[in-house]
Design a protein around this ligand. Structure first.
Ligand SMILES: [Mg+2]
Length: 271
């Protein structure tokens, strides 16, 4: 991966000449630094204000796509007038848009059941937290002692194995998180496709340029999708990491700098 700022002139050129930009970012670890507990994640006032300014630019559509539940994501981000996609894109809300992935709703009962099983199973492990996100479940173990992390994994496997084998759920993992999701073929990449159709290629805004920034395994689908449209895919983290993204930025601080640079290009475009 090339560092995004090392090719900035090319990127700036792409931004200035695009008819429309669909700017999409993951939340935790991308816009905010990763913290011990997901509850403690906060968007810095500076980043929020830059995002809000970008949201007001004509010719730019902004969205945040996260594994968090939609209501949680909206509250944590606090930027108005933008697209929010929660549960890895299973639920999306934005100006003139409200979407829940087909069939996802049908799996609420099995997820509720697994929530109970997992909560009971992980009760004895200090720091493990099972989060019910409605359309999916997360088991967070960032606060679990190093030596007990493996036990979290085996309790998780035991709890989900039968339902997964029966095709009733699927599981994914991210940074210190294990997830149970409905077995629908839907991910952040599909969400990007849908948003491109709505706000990009398919509408009157042809030649839209998608940009996606993310830091975790579940963001890889979105990187691949964005590349299909000739967009800009940015992995947030070390350039040594295996990723489908074309570029990298090292930290949420650099992401903030990128957003600032983007705003400068955008303001220039209008003149
Ligand atoms: Mg993330």
């Amino acid at each position: 991966m090339e560092h995004l700022f090392s090719v900035w002139n090319n990127v700036a050129q792409q931004v200035r000449t695009a008819r429309h930009i669909l700017l999409l970012a993951d939340f935790d670890g991308t816009l905010t630094p990763l913290v011990e507990s997901p509850d403690a994640a906060t968007l810095s006032p500076e980043t929020r204000s830059t995002l809000q300014s970008l949201a007001h630019q004509r010719g730019l559509t902004l969205g945040i796509i996260s594994g968090r539940a939609l209501h949680d994501l909206k509250e944590k981000a606090g930027v108005s007038g933008i697209i929010y996609a929660g549960n890895h894109g299973l639920e999306i809300e934005g100006p003139g848009l409200r979407f829940v992935a087909p069939l996802a709703e049908e799996f609420r009962p099995i997820l509720r059941l697994l929530h109970r099983v997992l909560s009971r199973g992980l009760d004895s492990i200090a720091g493990a937290k099972v989060e019910d996100k409605g359309l999916s479940l997360s088991v967070h173990y960032r606060q679990v002692e190093e030596g007990h992390a493996e036990r979290v994994g085996s309790i998780f496997e035991q709890a989900v194995a039968a339902a997964r084998a029966a095709g009733k759920v699927r599981t994914t993992r991210g940074k210190k998180v294990l997830e149970v999701r409905p077995p629908v073929s839907w991910d952040k990449g599909k969400a990007v496709d849908m948003l491109m159709e709505r706000f990009g290629h398919a509408g009157y805004r042809r030649q839209a340029l998608p940009i996606f920034l993310g830091d975790d395994v579940t963001d890889e689908d979105a990187f691949r999708s964005v590349k299909k449209y000739g967009g800009i895919s940015v992995y947030v983290g070390d350039d040594g990491t295996q990723s489908a993204a074309q570029y990298n930025l090292r930290s949420p601080d650099e992401v903030h700098e990128f957003l600032e640079r983007l705003l400068v290009q955008y303001r220039r475009r209008g003149r």
